[in-house]
Write a protein that binds this ligand. Structure first.
Ligand SMILES: Nc1ncnc2c1ncn2[C@@H]1O[C@H](COP(=O)(O)OP(=O)(O)OP(=O)(O)O)[C@@H](O)[C@H]1O
Length: 302
């Protein structure tokens, strides 16, 4: 039985029945380009957004009329893939709050679409909208959020030189954040010109990954300027509604977003999960597929 074909055929009917704005489809699980092209043709009239982690596929699809989202080239769970794609789609204004989506995915090693998920883009994705109490400078440029998410997901999935690493990136409302924190070490970004310490500069990605080994948090302005690394956060409030059992890294990341208007992105050294916090609450968690160093075929994984 060709599961992929059956799911694809039903996805179109499902999208109509549930009044979905778009079908999100993970290209890397298709057995070949022809199968994906046939699906795109069949779904003419329905908005389809193609997601891929392969730069080559992305470039190829960009030349067509398809809407494409390039996600970080790391192995995530099926739900992790969807969450990242929706976050990136929101940051690029492909989706908006309230949109209903049908998401089709699988695991690339299996070369089959085996999962259909219905998702309504809800409150949990409220990252880029300004809250009532947000002060000046609180807003985070979506490109900055994307770059940091990319680095965080790579660190969570791959660690550094085979070893797990954990860290926190605090984005936006920088002045306020700095008044609720204290340096743990001499700030490695101190004294560098503003042009040389913007996280949007791809040349800085490796440096940021390197400095993730330093204890503490990165403090990054909404426009991407890295103010400091190695900062200990001292929030005056801690978030409510946090799951039981969170460690100090995650509690302080949640707390700084309860105390200020910042967004925090925490990478867990123990699980590799990337968690995004705002207003003291977890907005989204992206789980990695397998522990660092484990060998896997990718078959049958969540
Ligand atoms: N207030 C803070 N500000 C910045 N970093 C912190 C803070 N509190 C803890 N950390 C960092 O978090 C590290 C891990 O702490 P802990 O294991 O309690 O947290 P956790 O939330 O369980 O994180 P992980 O999932 O990475 O283990 C500490 O070694 C420290 O580097």
């Amino acid at each position: 039985m060709d599961v992929t074909k059956k799911i694809l055929r039903n996805a179109l009917g499902m999208a109509r029945a549930l009044k979905a704005r778009a079908i999100l489809v993970y290209a890397d699980v298709f057995a070949g380009v022809a199968e994906l092209a046939a699906f795109l043709e069949e779904s003419a009239g329905q908005m389809v957004v193609v997601v891929t982690r392969e730069r080559e596929t992305y470039q190829r699809l960009k030349e067509t009329s398809a809407q494409v989202i390039l996600v970080p080239a790391v192995r995530l769970t099926r739900l992790g893939q969807i969450k990242i794609a929706v976050l990136l789609g929101l940051s690029r204004s492909i989706f908006e709050q309230g949109d209903r989506l049908i998401c089709l995915t699988g695991i690339s090693a299996d070369q089959a679409v085996d999962t259909m998920v219905f998702l309504e883009v809800g409150e949990e994705y409220e990252i880029f909208s300004m809250g009532e109490h947000d002060g000046e400078g609180a807003q985070v440029n979506p490109l900055v959020f994307e770059r940091v998410l990319d680095i965080a997901v790579a660190l969570g999935s791959q660690g550094r030189e085979g070893k797990p690493v954990g860290t926190i990136f605090v984005l936006g409302d920088t002045e306020n954040v700095l008044t609720h924190s204290t340096p743990l070490v001499l700030n490695p970004f101190h004294g560098h010109s503003e042009e040389k310490r913007n996280v949007l500069d791809p040349a800085l990605t490796e440096t940021v990954k390197e400095f993730s080994a330093i204890d503490g948090a990165f403090v990054i302005r909404g426009d991407g300027l890295i103010e400091a690394a190695g900062v200990y956060l001292k929030p005056s409030e801690f978030g409510e509604q946090l799951p039981w059992g969170l460690g100090t890294r995650h509690k302080s990341a949640a707390g700084i977003t309860a105390t200020t208007s910042a967004v925090a992105v925490a990478v867990s050294a123990s699980t590799g999960t990337v968690t995004v916090f705002r207003n003291g609450k977890i907005l989204i968690e992206v789980e990695r597929l397998k522990p660092i160093g484990s060998i896997s075929t990718g078959k049958g994984e969540a």
